[in-house]
Design a protein around this ligand. Structure first.
Ligand code: DP6
Length: 366
C-alpha cells in the first residue's frame, strides 16, 4: 500500500535556475460526496466525481532560484488575472507549509503564481479544487526536472499520483481534478487502487451512457459561501448521524460500481440525488445548522422532477455546499434538456446565468 512517506523524494539529481510552466486543471462535481475529514486531509468516507471540462483554472508558475533572499521562508507573489491578490496568499502559504516535506525545493526558489479561471470569479463555483490541482501539477513539473535520471524519467503514473496527493493537501476535492473522467478518492474495499491519499481513475467498466455526460450549472446564488468547506467538514465531528452517513457513502459507491457497468440511469439518478440531499441534510442537522439551498434551488429541483416524470428523460440534479444546481444528463438528450433549461429554469438563475459543461479528462500542460 502506498503511504505518505512514498512521496518524500530522493535527493534531486539536477539543479535548475529558473523557468516557467503553465497548466490548466478542471473543476469536478462529486456524485458521492466528501463531507467530513480527519487529520491531514484524510476523508471520512470515499467519494467519486465526474471531472469537468470547461470550468477550469489556468495557472502559470514562474520560478527563479533565490539570490540573497531568506532561505528559511517561502517566497512567492500571487497574481489573479494578472493583478496581485493578497487575500489568496494565506491559503497558498498554508498549502506550501503542508507540502514542503514532499517538495523540499520549495524554499530554494522565488515563485510567481499567475492564475485565472475560465468561469466568473463570483459565480459561487468553488475554484479551490481546480486552483489547487493546477498549482500541484506545476510544482510536479518542476520536481520532474529536478529528479531527472540517466535514461529514466518520472513516470506519468507517479507524476499524477503525487500531483493528486499534493492537491489533496491544498483542498480535499482538488485531488479528484488531476485526471478524468470518473475519479475515486478514499479507500473502498471493492475499488482496487483506491486510496485516502490521492484520487484514482475509476478502474472498472463505464457504460457508454456516461460518455460525454453533461453538467449544466445553474447559478442560483453567486454570493460568498455562507459556510466555508473547512467549517462544514468540521461539523461532522460529533454529528449525530455521522457514522451512518459515512457507511452510506460506502454503500452508494458499491451501487455506483454496478450502475457504471450496466448504464442503468434511473438507478444512477436515485443515488446522485440522494447524495446531494443527504449532504444538505447533514448541514441542516449539525450544530450550528445551516440551510444552503435558496428558494430557487427548490423551485429548480421540483421543475426537474416534474419534467422527468412527464418526459421520462433521465435528467437529474446534484448540489455542492451552496445554492447552485448542477443539472446532469446524458449527451443524447442534450437538445431537449437545454430547451427545458432555457424555457423553464433560467428564470430561477441569478441574472439568468448558467454554465454548460461536460465530463472532461483532467489537467493539461499548456
Ligand atoms: C461539498 O474539498 O472544498 O464539494 O478539503 O476543506 O478544501 P477542503 O474541502 P472541499 O470540500 C468539498 C465538499 C463538497 C463535496 C465534494 O466535492 O465531494
Amino acid at each position: 500500500m502506498v503511504t505518505a512517506n512514498d512521496f518524500i523524494p530522493a535527493p534531486y539529481t539536477h539543479s535548475i535556475d529558473q523557468g516557467i510552466f503553465q497548466w490548466s486543471a478542471p473543476s469536478n462535481i462529486a456524485l458521492v460526496k466528501y463531507w467530513g475529514k480527519k487529520e491531514n486531509q484524510i476523508p471520512a468516507n470515499p467519494s467519486v466525481s465526474f471531472t469537468l471540462n470547461n470550468c477550469k483554472t489556468i495557472t502559470q508558475l514562474a520560478f527563479a532560484k533565490k539570490q540573497n533572499q531568506d532561505p528559511s521562508t517561502f517566497s512567492f507573489d500571487l497574481l489573479f488575472e494578472g493583478k496581485p491578490k493578497e487575500d489568496f496568499k494565506p491559503k497558498i502559504q498554508k498549502f506550501l507549509d503542508r507540502i514542503e516535506i514532499y517538495l523540499p525545493f520549495l524554499k530554494d526558489y522565488h515563485f510567481t503564481i499567475d492564475t485565472q479561471n475560465t468561469f466568473p470569479h463570483s459565480s459561487g463555483i468553488a475554484s479551490s479544487a481546480s486552483g489547487m490541482a493546477a498549482l500541484a501539477v506545476n510544482f510536479m513539473s518542476l520536481e520532474k526536472l529536478l529528479s531527472r535520471n540517466f535514461g529514466t524519467e518520472m513516470t506519468d503514473e507517479y507524476f499524477n499520483k503525487k500531483a493528486s496527493f499534493l492537491a489533496r493537501l491544498g483542498s480535499g476535492s482538488a485531488c479528484r481534478s488531476i485526471k478524468g473522467n470518473v475519479v475515486v478518492w478514499g479507500n473502498h474495499k471493492n475499488i482496487s487502487g483506491s486510496s485516502n491519499l490521492f484520487g484514482v481513475e475509476f478502474p472498472n467498466k463505464i457504460h457508454d451512457n456516461f460518455s460525454n455526460y453533461q453538467d449544466t450549472i445553474l447559478l442560483v446564488d453567486k454570493g460568498e459561501k455562507q459556510v466555508s468547506s473547512t467549517v462544514g467538514h468540521d461539523l461532522m465531528h460529533g454529528h449525530p448521524f455521522a457514522e451512518k452517513r459515512f457507511a452510506q457513502a460506502h454503500e452508494n459507491l458499491d451501487s455506483l460500481i454496478k450502475i457504471f457497468e450496466s448504464g442503468n440511469l434511473s438507478e444512477f439518478i436515485k443515488i446522485v440525488e440522494s447524495e446531494a440531499l443527504t449532504l444538505h441534510a447533514m448541514m441542516m442537522t449539525s450544530l450550528p445548522y445551516f440551510i444552503l439551498m435558496k428558494p430557487n434551488t427548490l423551485e429548480i429541483i421540483n421543475a426537474i422532477w416534474k419534467f422527468r416524470n412527464e418526459t421520462q428523460i433521465p435528467v437529474c440534479f446534484t448540489l455542492d455546499a451552496g445554492a447552485n444546481v448542477h443539472v446532469l444528463y446524458p449527451e443524447d438528450v442534450k437538445e431537449e434538456v437545454l430547451t427545458f433549461i432555457k424555457n423553464n429554469l433560467v428564470g430561477y438563475c441569478q441574472n439568468g446565468q448558467y454554465i454548460c459543461d461536460e465530463i472532461g479528462f483532467g489537467a493539461t500542460k499548456i
